[in-house]
Design a protein around this ligand. Structure first.
Ligand SMILES: Nc1ncnc2c1ncn2[C@@H]1O[C@H](COP(=O)(O)OP(=O)(O)O)[C@@H](O)[C@H]1O
Ligand SMILES: [Mg+2]
Ligand SMILES: [Zn+2]
Length: 508
């Protein structure tokens, strides 16, 4: 006797179809599961035995062998409890219907309840892509899974519901497709609350418009954190595809709200300097996504940058550049996307007042240098826009003049992004910050006097080739915000200005 039930496995973000094959032959009662790592098998078998006992089903009185195919792929997690149990029920004749286009995923509790699993959306999408028309999974995952196309999902609380439904066709209904309400996109924090700081706001607008990484340096209390928190409020709306991508990552990390499962705002992930390398870029035996991937399609905010462990910061270099992090393990390698806008903030020195015209810095020259040098040149090199945030002017604070709202700034950002979308149509480049060297000459054309200006700056400031490219990309964004076809002098000058920190602080 033989049965075969479909299921889905997950490794990192990669879901893959799994066939659960069960067979029974007469003989001494043996229950064998092959194709799973040892510990998981033992636990799974114990739960399945308990549940069958609860249901008074004597289905394990013979030589029962369960195989999870393909055997070559490592299967991790407890989501195979449910399909294995169903396969055994089919063997025993408890369930007898066509399940050729049906799949099951879910962990069992000892009493037969079906508990939440992580990564449901990725698995549901893969199931659908592999011709599955119907998926039974934990009730708390149903809303999230319903977002996938071309598949009916049934949320189940207890295994008896599945048995009853497959025998009588009653008791369960497919989950209606979840559509998040449009009202959700409300940012409580608005640039209208930030008095003055025109220069910093302009730089942030450029950063948002081209998805450029940005570093803000300034004394404590100058509003760096306040400014950073408001960046998501001016970014373009997240697209549906981006929303699905980010949701999948959040789902694997287990940070989805089952009642409101789709990530519909661009993520803003503030990271504390106490974070480990694995916490930041991902890791663990079954590699989990790190903060950089949880921020995918949004903002990763590193506050108090020099407080971070230097090695931790260095681990960011590759992923920031490639928009992807690959984590290798003996069990295989996992890759998570991490297309983020990096926002960093820092004081200029331990006391915070170095370079502040109004307050005296009490640090020694050596302390300042050591503090600044915690951030390596290669890390700095990857931050297109670097600005000084000056303490807010008293007049700006006291007058409380109405400031431009985030919504207004967002309109300009969106227009600049639309121009970029048109420019990069048919490529996988999303924004100016990702312009590759092979097309930079073609897409960053300069007016003749802008060219002269850049050349002069290149010689005078001794720019590296990398810095030169970054200035061009940022200038391209300035030109897009201004609606210009070619980059003019003003744009070049603005872009060079965004790199002056280097000379004032690091290369004094
Ligand atoms: N430009 C500003 N307009 C209004 N309030 C400000 C401004 N700058 C700073 N503040 C106030 O000062 C507080 C401290 O700012 P914060 O962003 O924490 O500074 P930093 O991160 O640079 O140390 C803010 O929460 C805000 O209340
Ligand atoms: Mg701060
Ligand atoms: Zn100081």
């Amino acid at each position: 006797m033989f049965s075969k039930i479909k299921s889905v496995g997950l490794f990192g973000l990669n879901a893959f179809p799994v066939d659960v094959e069960a067979s029974i032959s007469p003989g001494q009662p043996i229950f064998d599961v092959v194709g799973l790592p040892d510990i998981a098998v033992q636990e799974s078998k114990a739960r399945i035995r308990a549940v069958l006992g609860q249901l008074n089903l004597k289905l394990l009185n013979g030589r029962v062998t369960v195989n999870l195919a393909p055997a070559s792929v490592k299967k991790i997690g407890s989501m195979f409890d449910l399909p294995i149990t169903v396969a055994i029920m089919v063997l025993g004749g408890v369930i007898d219907c066509d399940l050729s286009d049906t799949a099951f995923i879910g962990e069992l509790s000892l009493d037969g309840r079906i508990s939440h699993i992580n990564g449901a959306l990725s698995m549901t999408i893969t199931a659908s892509q592999n011709g599955i028309k119907r998926l039974f999974l934990p009730k708390s995952n149903a809303k999230e899974a319903s977002v996938a196309d071309g598949i009916e999902v049934y949320g189940v609380e207890h295994i008896t519901q599945i048995v009853d439904f497959l025998r009588t066709g009653t008791g369960l209904t497919p989950e209606p497709r979840y559509i998040p309400s449009a009202e959700k996109l409300i940012y409580r924090e608005d640039f209208a609350d930030v008095m003055g700081q025109t220069a910093a706001k302009k730089a942030i607008e450029v950063a948002a418009a081209g998805s450029h990484n940005i570093l803000m340096l300034g004394p404590p209390g100058s509003g760096k954190s306040m400014l950073a928190k408001r960046i998501p409020s001016i970014l373009p709306r997240i697209t549906f595809e981006e929303s699905i991508e980010t949701t999948q990552i959040h789902s694997i990390a287990g940070i989805i709200d089952p009642k409101d499962p789709l990530v519909t705002n661009r993520p803003f992930r503030p990271v504390s300097h106490t974070i480990s390398g694995a916490g930041l870029v991902g890791g663990g035996t079954v590699p989990r996504p790190g903060e950089i991937s949880l921020a995918h399609n949004g903002v990763l905010f590193l506050d108090e940058l020099p407080e971070f462990d230097r090695r931790t910061l260095e681990t960011l270099r590759q992923p920031i550049e490639n928009c992807e992090i690959v984590i290798s393990r003996a069990s295989g390698s996992v890759s998570y996307p991490c297309d983020v806008m990096l926002v960093a903030a820092m004081n200029p020195c331990p006391c915070g007042n170095f370079g502040n015209p109004k307050k005296k810095c009490t640090c020694s020259e050596k302390m300042v240098t050591m503090y600044l040098n915690k951030i390596s040149q290669p890390v700095l090199d990857r931050i297109d826009i670097q600005i000084e945030v000056k303490p807010v002017e008293y007049e700006d604070l006291s007058e409380r003049k109405a400031q431009e709202s985030s919504a207004r700034i967002a309109e300009r950002v969106q227009r600049a992004r639309d121009i970029q979308a048109e420019r990069f149509k048919g490529t996988n480049i999303k924004s100016n910050s990702r312009i590759t060297s092979d097309i930079i000459g073609e897409v960053c054309r300069l007016t003749p006097d802008a060219g002269d200006m850049l050349k002069a700056a290149f010689d005078r400031l001794g720019l590296s080739a990398r810095a030169y490219d970054r200035i061009l990309k940022v200038a391209r964004t300035c030109a897009d915000l201004a609606g210009l076809k070619d980059i003019d002098r003003a744009c070049i000058s603005q872009a060079i200005g965004f790199r002056s920190l280097d000379r004032k602080y690091w290369n004094r």
